[in-house]
Design a binder for this molecule. Structure first.
Ligand code: IPM
Ligand code: MG
Length: 357
């Protein structure tokens, strides 16, 4: 079977980590007789340099013409001074909304062999961390009306958090379905004690819950959720939340699992086309130094196999191989601790590839 993948290496460490993920996919393809055909697509800073646009129409069309999209990272200080409309981040947001990817899955798992890198007390890490953060990705304050105006009190600026019934309902359904396949525990995070949009969020989540009586649903205010994630992350199975709260909580969840360099993500919509990317950024300070951790991108490719192509065995194999390499003690600098073996980006990629036989 042939699978067409749009590749967006992007900026900073993006190209290095994407190379590792491509090598892993090719190796898996050889083993299971699949062919992955890659089409390189420009987005982010590189696209600004070439076309003065972080996501030219040709790029989004190219993504739509493939079966799925794998992205490294976009952005960097070189483009920070630009107008917000043509900054790299805008390209990413346009890609998410252009492909209608309203669901963002961000699993946060603490690997057994990385317990040393967990910043929490060892008794807390020992209880295990395996959380699926489900972030709404095409609504809320990221896409609401915003503006600036000059008032008698001087300049003021505003952004709006707006959620429709349908937007909440569809992400809530994904969350309950996901919980059904896991430990059947769902925490919906909001700020319903203050925000009207959160009150609607809670009402709709409760409405959808009536169809999933087996799932234990709990509501949590976002400030408390941020605290509970540090206090006892083992209490969480699936978390569902808005775009903004999900952005913040998923970074927090990543840090308690050792390193942001470990965590993949999948952005999904109604069709099978998904966008798969590590949750970390382009880390321009370590770009081209063979220091970046390619595991988040490799695990994102594994998510692509599972969610877009239905290749569950192949996806599980990649996850298993990553675990095996970590168990053998190999570490990129971000997850290095005394007594382990430090390797660079390329070597980490090669080690994972070498497990696929
Ligand atoms: C993320 C990032 C993006 C976001 C930025 C780069 C726009 O932080 O994917 O979490 O805020 O969604
Ligand atoms: Mg973020």
């Amino acid at each position: 079977m042939i699978y067409n993948v749009a590749l967006i290496p992007g900026d900073g460490i993006g190209p290095e980590i994407i190379k590792c993920a491509v090598a892993v996919l090719n190796k898996i393809g050889e083993k299971y007789s699949h062919e992955f055909v890659f089409q390189e697509v420009d987005a982010g800073g590189v696209a600004i340099d070439k076309y003065n646009d972080p996501l030219p129409k040709e790029s989004i069309d190219a993504c739509l013409n493939n079966d799925s999209v794998l992205l490294g990272a976009v952005g960097g200080p070189k483009w920070d001074h630009l107008d917000v409309e043509i900054r790299p981040e805008k390209g990413l947001l346009k890609l998410r909304s252009g492909l209608n990817l309203f669901t963002n899955l961000r699993p946060a798992v603490l690997h057994n062999s990385l317990k040393e890198s967990c910043v929490l007390k060892s008794e807390i890490g020992d209880k295990g961390i395996d959380i699926m953060v489900i972030r709404e990705l095409t609504g809320g304050i990221y896409f609401g009306e915003r503006g600036r105006e000059l008032t008698t009190l001087g300049e003021s600026a505003w952004d709006t958090e707006r959620y429709s019934y349908e937007e909440i309902k569809r992400i809530a359904k994904v969350a309950f379905e996901t919980a059904m396949k896991r430990r059947k525990k769902l925490v919906s995070v909001d700020k319903a004690n203050v925000l009207e949009s959160s009150r609607l969020w809670r009402e709709v989540v409760i409405e959808v819950s009536s169809r999933y009586p087996e799932v234990a649903l709990e509501h949590m205010y976002v400030d408390n959720a941020a605290m509970q994630l540090i206090k006892d992350p083992s209490q969480f199975d699936v978390i569902v939340t808005s775009n903004m709260f999900g952005d913040i909580l998923s970074d927090e969840a990543s840090q308690i699992t050792g390193s942001i360099g470990m965590l993949p993500s999948a952005s999904l919509g109604k069709s099978n086309i998904g966008l798969y990317e590590p949750i970390h950024g382009s880390a321009p300070d370590i770009a081209d130094k063979d220091l970046a951790n390619p595991i988040a991108t490799i695990l994102s490719a594994a998510m692509m196999l599972k969610y877009s192509f239905g290749l569950e065995d192949e996806s599980n194999e990649i996850e298993k191989d990553v675990t095996a390499v970590l168990d053998e003690g190999f570490r990129t600098p971000d997850i290095f601790t005394n007594g382990t073996k430090k390797v660079g980006t390329k070597e980490m990629g090669n080690l994972i590839c070498s497990k696929i036989i």
